[in-house]
Design a protein around this ligand. Sequence first.
Ligand code: ARG
Length: 457
Amino acid sequence: MKAWGGRFTQPADPTAEKFTGSLAFDRRLWPQDIRGSMAWARALARTGLLTETERDTILEGLDRVRSELEAGTFPFRPELEDIHLNVERRLLELVGEVGGKLHTGRSRNDQIAVDERLYLRDAVTRTREGLRRVQAALLARAEETAEAPMPGYTHLQRAQPIVLGHHLLAYVFMLARDRDRFAACAARADVMPLGAAALAGTAYAIDLDALARDLGFAAVSPNSLDAVSDRDYLLDYLAAAAVTGMHLSRLAADLTLWATAEFGFVEFSDAFATGSSIMPQKKNPDVAELIRGKSGRLAGNLVALLTTMKGLPLSYNSDMQEDKEPFFDSDDTLQAVLAVLPPLLASLTFRTDRMRAAAGEHFATATDLADYLVRKGLPFRRAHEVVGRAVRQALESGQTLETLPVEDLRRLSPLLDADVREALTVEASLRARAVPGGTAPDAVRRALARARELLSA
Ligand code: ARG
């Protein structure tokens, strides 16, 4: 018998029943569903809709349902559509008629919204903890490589020398924004939809503030239609997850690129690489590639739910049942990525010798030569032109800026003296970039301190 069977004369078509059911994916909401129901029972009792004895019978019954779910002995019945009706039916079986009073004044429409918001609260907590662990792993490697020069890139062309620690810290600060984004998402989701019932508001004088306190919500929804129609909290979460995925895909892409023979900047440990079934010599950075790849589904899940929600008339529509799979998939995907990253990062071998050698190549300090001329009074645009010509001359004669005879340089500009050699070194180039956020040793040390603070906050 369906919970809503009264007005129906025909049984559900098996294909329709299978098609409309959500138990396969909403069953994971059982801890939240039971928590919400227990709070609802207490609220009903506070309003006089349940006697204290009835309330306690229901609470004890829900406790037994919880034990069955925990023990894996709960009889899941897909024909009962979803987790809400499964829990309620089981309660009825365990405590009898009085269990039928639990659904007084509420609807699955406000019930699912409260379950999801409770679930989201935990999802945000584990995501923020996971992000912090990735930050800590990055920070540890950044401390170690704060003075290791490497080429910095723009357009994937060698641009200027930086230090590896500076590059790694970029990700630490990116992930700090992600953590903030998830925190903001949880703060905005901290509103209780119960009391909205189906759409118009419950007809019973439930003390919603007390109920919100019971469930740990900061506020009560100010509009019942919005309460059952809103899925912004999931969209916020999915958006934050998509951005985080994008960030981590860039980190994974850097590592994958650096692991090529062409770069040779990093070696993955065997524990975080895989081989080829045909090419015996191969060692593939699969873990990093998959981190990069999984950003696709994180972005896709956001677009999926946005597309589902777009154009839906108020208030609840069954389309919204499609919100759960993208949400849970992003949660699972994020947790998996965040779990594998810290040990992966810890196991990397950075080839700082190769990075060091590459840092000064390909005219990486040409900007420093222009800056040298500027300090001697030449307008920057003129200095740019002079250095451009010096680079061309060096390219034509197979030299570098450092090996180009000083006389040749002086022909390009009389402002160039012998001390220019020192200005062209990688060390001088790094030292010059001492602004806050720059790659100079002091600036990186300050950034490390700031990152450490972020992590201990
Ligand atoms: N399983 C439903 C969902 O996930 C619960 C709410 C359904 N409400 C309804 N009137 N069919 O959205």
